[in-house]
Design a protein around this ligand. Structure first.
Ligand SMILES: Nc1ncnc2c1ncn2[C@@H]1O[C@H](COP(=O)(O)OP(=O)(O)OP(=O)(O)O)[C@@H](O)[C@H]1O
Ligand SMILES: C[C@@](O)(CCO)CC(=O)[O-]
Length: 909
């Protein structure tokens, strides 16, 4: 018998993998590994066995099939090439069912056709532009409500879960193009607990089934744009859907057959061929992606890639996925610079899409995500300057070479000291130039040789504390109690901090001894990631400070925040040596935002010292007309609005980072008020509401009495306590949050209503104060002492409304004092409160925010008005002239504010 005529009996194992003709050593059978599964295409069943034994699945390029009652009749409903492909995809995805359709968007279309009108979908806020467009269509044409939330925070879905209504939760991880990580396992569990009927859908395109199989983590349906990694060659469009639930599979099969968008036989053949090399392509692509990400991060670009050690979602990603993928993105800080880089590459093709064997470069905001309008892109934090890189299989050295050339040609990096180094962001340089003017030739002194004197106000929250952490609007205003910070240069390589208000505590470090190996510096103009860097936090606590219990209470957090910012902001080897002194007129830890104004002061001082922000000279003061001089009238209040918005926003961003260190999960309201001053309605982003700050008029005319219970408490613990309560009983707590939102809305409307009489406004606010306090009691953040303050102020002879303010648990209460409340009654109330051991502050609200004594430079501004009584110590002098330091450290607290005001002309936000 010729060899051709030998009938081979297929081996009796799960997959028809070629076996050696005569196995010499019997071996136990392992399930095949992924790349073996990819390379071996199985015949679905005996009915599909090819009559000629073809080793590749043939293309059944036919629309119809002859006969009646056979396997197939019409290619829209079924085709053998497609059946092989679907079987293959089900196998590599560990799924029961798979379908292939004409594109990734067609896959999502099939899936979302399961939705009925008047149901609700929750989706991420950093999703693919096409997905966003389809969801918008469903919202506007199909009566489906769509909530976009920050799915990187699993609990952000909770407020939107609506049993009976929530029909689908649409997730994508890593997100495209910011590579944020979504914990699909955690979200699936949270959703299923409250809305068991909701379908969890995951777009797995960025990972492919090789790196992530979401069905194993609670997803019901997973889809891939198979145009990307599954096919790998950008020569076809296809979408793949997999699921394990028979009911969902049945519905989707019906839809695909009805609308006729199943994949064509030829494309099915091509896709089947592409999948055979999925694992080997992906291995190469992701190992090069890691090299590219490391290069960009080392050069100092903000780089988004889950494989980098400082990626905030790394840990979650590693739990749910087997690799980091081959897409990464980075920011340059300047749209025009990004455009030049993209245009200067040769090997990296400018193209939308990803997953191809060829490397691609794009700017999502002008390409793949252009269908999302610019305002929405901005609201979702999608930077316009973002460049996305999709790494292919070319030689890594060529790819890196080409990228470095493009960065060089575009002016983003330069070659210095035998290596490429980042050129500081041209925008910040331009802003600095504008602000300071060109450096004067005769002033050779380095910038850090001047003192910087900064200050920021505390705040009072009238409505919405705690709830604001969970996305509710808070109404708050600055108070005229301030924190001050002064830097004076040192020339001995040391850094020292003096916290005069907390046990007069001092600490000093050798700059070079700080744990620099643990820091990932953030280049100028670029944002800090959402989460603090745990490595740096740990290194500061362990290596730069004594154990927390060996330091005075409260100082540990303040110093960690200071060093965290000092080290993260240091760049280009610039590590200034200076002394920082802080003083405050606010009670610390009492609910008036002491941590936020401390944070704003250190952030501003450090940004100035690290030369990341600058303050333009103040306009000329009023000058009387004289001979040949028409004179000048200076009309602004001090230097109000003299600090440019870019500098204020940067200070606010970094103050928020310091607040995170001190606070855990701050909403951002305190630092925003401390920077911008005035009165604000503040809503934090990420909770599906319109976020941001809106100035509130009318607030300034209100009179408040602040009463300090003097009961110490810790905002961090109180905020964490409310979060825990919310996790335990989300329904009840969300109800309270909704009620507080209505209170803030009501107050905002009342304050803005010109028709409302003053009396009606005051009585409305008083009622809302009582209502808000009752909700805070239900959140468990009041305290006996606060209830005593409330009952004292509400007593028959006063009848005033009071609520706790800030984090509660002790701290301060705020009492609204109506216009007709007499001075004598106020005096009586203050005496009653003081007799009970409480502290009182009558303060005006709505004043200036961040202030910088500008520019405090002894050459340019007059010396402090109070003349020195003793000669300055040598390290207390700036450029041979006496500095502010000795006055600042020693002046009596009651005169601190007026002394500071008189030190020179302040620039304010
Ligand atoms: N002048 C200061 N010097 C040094 N650290 C300060 C200063 N003011 C505040 N802090 C830091 O802020 C912490 C107090 O923050 P906390 O958030 O508990 O209170 P708060 O900000 O006054 O109240 P709330 O957040 O309710 O408005 C202190 O423990 C300390 O670490
Ligand atoms: C309790 C809280 O709402 C106000 C603290 O002043 C916390 C915050 O918003 O960060």
């Amino acid at each position: 018998m010729s060899a051709d005529n030998v009938v081979k009996i297929p081996p009796a194992h799960d997959l028809p993998t070629p076996e050696p003709e005569s196995p010499s050593i019997p071996r136990s059978r392992q399930p095949y590994r992924f790349s073996t599964l990819c390379a071996t295409v199985e015949t679905p069943d005996a009915g599909h066995k090819d009559q000629h034994g073809s080793s590749s699945v043939p293309i059944y390029q036919t629309a119809t099939f002859k006969g009646v009652g056979g396997h197939y009749d019409y290619t829209r409903s079924g085709n053998p090439t497609r059946t092989h492909l679907e079987h293959h995809i089900a196998k590599i995805s560990s799924a029961e069912h798979a379908f292939v359709v004409s594109s990734g968007m067609a896959a999502l279309d099939v899936i979302t056709r399961i939705l009925k009108p008047d149901t609700e979908v929750i989706a991420g806020d950093d999703i693919y532009g096409g997905t966003h467009r389809l969801l918008t269509y469903l919202r506007t044409h199909m009566g489906v409500t769509v909530h976009h939330v920050d799915t990187t925070e699993p609990t952000s879905v909770l407020p939107h879960l609506n049993p009976g209504k929530t029909a689908m939760v649409l997730l994508e991880t890593p997100t495209n193009p910011l590579l944020k990580i979504v914990d699909i396992a955690r979200i699936s569990a949270l959703v299923k607990e409250k809305c068991p009927d909701a379908t969890i859908v995951v777009d797995n395109t960025m990972m492919s089934p090789y790196l992530q199989r979401p069905l194993e983590h609670g997803a019901d349906i997973v889809y891939d744009s198979a145009t990307k990694y599954l096919s790998g060659h950008h020569d076809l469009m296809a979408g793949a859907i997999v699921c394990n639930r028979d009911d969902l599979a049945k519905q989707m099969a019906f839809i695909i057959n009805s609308v006729g968008n199943a994949l064509t036989p030829f494309d099915s053949f091509l896709l089947l061929r592409g999948i055979k090399t999925l694992a080997i392509r992906m291995d190469r692509q992701q190992s090069t992606a890691m090299l590219v990400a490391q290069l960009l991060s080392r050069l100092g670009f903000v780089t988004h890639y889950p494989g980098l050690p400082n990626h905030p979602g790394k840990e979650v990603h590693e739990r749910i996925a087997d690799g980091y993928g081959a897409v990464l993105s980075f920011q340059t800080g300047d749209v025009a610079l990004s455009e030049r880089i993209v245009a200067a590459t040769r090997l990296w093709g400018i193209s939308v899409s990803f997953g191809c064997v060829n490397s691609l470069i794009s700017m999502p905001c002008v390409m793949s995500h252009a269908s999302i309008d610019p305002a929405t892109r901005a609201a979702r934090g999608l930077p316009e300057d973002l460049i996305r890189l999709c790494v292919g299989i070319e030689d890594p050295a060529d790819l890196i070479d080409d990228l470095q050339h493009a960065l060089l040609e575009a002016g983003a990096i330069m070659f210095a000291a035998n290596d490429y180094v980042r050129i500081p962001n041209p925008i910040s340089r331009a802003v600095e130039k504008l602000a300071l003017g060109e450096p004067r030739r005769n002033d050779a002194r380095p910038r850090e040789d001047r003192e910087w004197f900064v200050s920021a106000p505390g705040k009072v929250i009238l409505f919405g504390e705690h709830a604001v952490v969970h996305g509710v609007t808070a109404i708050a205003a600055s108070v005229d109690l301030r924190c001050y910070g002064l830097t004076s240069p040192r020339h001995d390589g040391k850094l020292s901090v003096h916290l005069t208000d907390i046990g007069d505590y001092r600490h000093e470090w050798d700059v070079d001894d700080l744990p620099w190996d643990a820091v990932t510096p953030i280049p100028p103009g670029e944002p800090h990631p959402d989460q603090l860097d745990p490595r740096l936090m740990e290194a500061i606590s362990a290596r730069a400070l004594p154990p927390a219990d060996e330091m005075p209470r409260q100082t540990h957090g303040s110093l960690v925040a200071f060093l965290y910012l000092y080290m993260t902001l240091a760049h280009g080897g610039h590590r200034p040596s200076f002394h920082y002194v802080t003083r405050t007129t606010l009670p610390i830890g009492a609910g008036l935002g002491s941590s936020a104004c401390y944070s704003v002061c250190i952030a501003t001082a450090l940004l100035l010292l690290h030369q990341r922000i600058s303050v333009p000279p103040l306009p000329a003061p009023t000058r009387a007309p004289g001979a040949g001089d028409p004179g000048h009238v200076h009309v602004s209040h001090q230097g109000r609005r003299a600090i440019p918005a870019v500098a204020a926003e940067e200070a606010n961003r970094w103050a928020f980072v310091a607040e995170k260190v001190l606070h855990g999960n701050p909403s951002g309201v305190d630092n925003s008020v401390a920077v911008f001053g005035g009165a604000l309605a503040y809503t934090r982003p990420g909770f599906g509401r319109k976020s941001g700050m809106e100035p509130i008029q009318g607030f300034k005319s209100l009179r408040f009495l602040l009463v300090d219970s003097k009961v110490p408490r810790d905002t961090k613990k109180l905020v964490a306590g409310v979060a825990l309560k919310k996790l335990e009983d989300p329904e009840a707590i969300n109800k309270i949050m909704d009620s507080i939102q209505s209170i803030s809305d009501e107050a905002r409307r009342a304050l803005a209503d010109p028709e409302l009489s003053r009396t009606s406004l005051l009585s409305a606010l008083a009622a809302l104060i009582n209502e808000n306090h009752a909700h805070l009691v239900s959140l468990g953040v009041s305290h006996r002492s606060l209830e005593t303050i409330r009952s004292t102020t509400a007593a028959e002879q006063f009848r005033l409304s009071t609520k706790l303010t800030g984090a509660g648990g002790g701290g301060c209460a705020v009492t609204l004092v109506p216009d007709d409340f007499s001075d004598s009654s106020l005096r009586a109330l203050v005496s009653a409160l003081q007799a009970a051991g409480f502290g009182t502050y009558s303060t005006s609200v709505g004043g200036s925010g961040l202030g910088i004594l500008s520019p405090y430079n002894h050459k340019e501004t007059r010396a402090p008005v109070t003349p020195p009584e003793t000669p300055a110590e040598s390290d207390d002098s700036v450029d041979g002239t006496s500095s502010l330091r000795q006055y600042f450290e020693s002046i009596d607290g009651s005169t601190l504010s007026s002394w500071a005001d008189e030190c020179g002309r302040w620039a304010y936000v």
